[in-house]
Design a protein around this ligand. Structure first.
Ligand code: ADP
Ligand code: MG
Length: 352
């Protein structure tokens, strides 16, 4: 354990967190410091509750550095779940397990600053958590509470035959960023001397790879977009495991079929570059890579005017349509072949 952290101790660290946390969300009667937080129930009833963990060795490697981005991501992936319901995030809890050979006090401070930064961006107050020693890697487990939109939360189950299937942003960036990090590329760093640089890889491709690394390290949850889609989208899910998997969930919950056009998938330019560099199919990175934290949704209308207002510059693409039939997504390739779209990231199915 870092001596500075050991000197501070568990309660010193909790105190430090308590001092750094700002009250932002309405309804925090008691935050950090008592046995439990006390929150006023939101008027109108209904509470959205979600939790997502980030584990060292599974979701990130400590040697990639960037503790600030890690703190941001721990919050962002939870905000993405609230966004996918069309809700508003309010209060967060942080479960923190720290390995002895892990972060220094300075690293933890950077991590907490990133978490607070993200909380500030979305109006969230950290109201509690738990702090333990870890026998393996660093664990960050954020729980986020929020309010559903007036009317009804946007579920996975409302898609209807005839709806268009749409996605925000670009896909495959996070997977490409992960490939780049695994190969030794680092954010903002020049091309490593020990990695062969092919002749086709110019400044534009390198910038695209850097953008993909940024998506992986610090994804931007589509909160404003999710909220604006209330009343427009019939069903919504955030793309955490890849469209292949997440469109599958949407079809299963809505009991509808979907036809996705391969040629319409908005492939992140970093996925195109990393695909070429590693021999991976960029379309496969886009459909099965996961962690892009974009929104996948269905609607009978054109969502672009609405999203253009709240999220100018955010790509919005119609990638297919919903129909009646076997509740699975199908992928229509440009050569006319069609196949059931399956796969995507599954924590319990990965080998090794
Ligand atoms: P208890 O032993 O009763 O669970 P703790 O000592 O774990 O109490 O926690 C004391 C207070 O500090 C509680 O309000 C708890 O929510 C808060 N807390 C503990 N760890 C964290 C953390 N990592 N982030 C935010 N708040 C925390
Ligand atoms: Mg506790």
């Amino acid at each position: 354990m870092d001596p500075a952290l050991a000197a501070l101790g568990e309660f010193g660290l909790i105190n430090l967190i308590r001092q750094r946390v700002h009250q932002r969300s309405p309804g925090t009667i008691l935050g950090i410091g008592d046995d439990a937080a006390l929150l006023a129930l939101p008027a109108g009833g209904g509470l959205l509750v979600t939790t997502d963990m980030l584990l060292e060795g599974i979701h990130f490697q400590w040697h990639w550095g960037r503790p600030r981005e890690l703190g941001r991501k721990a919050m962002a992936v939870n905000v993405s779940d609230i966004a996918a319901m069309g809700g508003r995030p309010l209060h967060a809890l942080l479960g923190l397990a720290i390995p002895p050979a892990g972060p220094s006090l300075a690293d933890l401070e950077a991590l907490l600053a990133g978490l607070e930064e993200e909380a500030a961006t979305y109006g969230i107050t950290l109201v509690g958590g738990d702090t333990c020693r870890s026998q393996s890697g660093l664990v960050l487990a954020v729980t986020l509470l929020g309010t559903p939109p007036p009317g009804q939360a946007l579920r996975r189950s409302g898609a209807r035959p005839g709806d268009g299937l749409w996605v925000t942003g670009m896909l495959g960036g996070a997977a490409a960023g992960l490939l780049a990090l695994e190969r030794g590329l680092r954010p903002g760093a020049p091309w490593p001397a020990d990695i062969a640089r092919p002749a086709w890889l110019g400044a534009a491709e390198e910038a695209a790879i850097q953008a993909a690394i940024a998506v992986h390290l610090a994804p931007v949850p589509r909160l404003a977009a999710g909220q604006a889609l209330v009343g427009c989208a019939t069903a919504m899910i955030d793309v955490s495991d890849g469209v292949a998997s997440d469109a599958g969930h949407l079809c299963a919950e809505s009991r509808v079929a979907a036809r996705i056009l391969a040629g319409r998938i908005p492939i992140h330019p970093g996925a195109a570059a990393m695909g070429r560099l590693t021999g991976r199919d960029p379309l496969d990175l886009a459909l099965r890579g996961g962690e892009d934290y974009e929104l996948l949704f269905t609607t009978p209308t054109d969502p672009r005017p609405i999203l253009g207002e709240v999220a100018p510059g955010l790509a919005v693409t119609r990638i297919g349509e919903v129909s009646a039939g076997q509740p699975v997504p199908r992928l229509a390739r440009e050569d006319g072949r069609e196949e059931i779209l399956a796969g995507g990231f599954d924590h319990l199915r990965v080998s090794g």
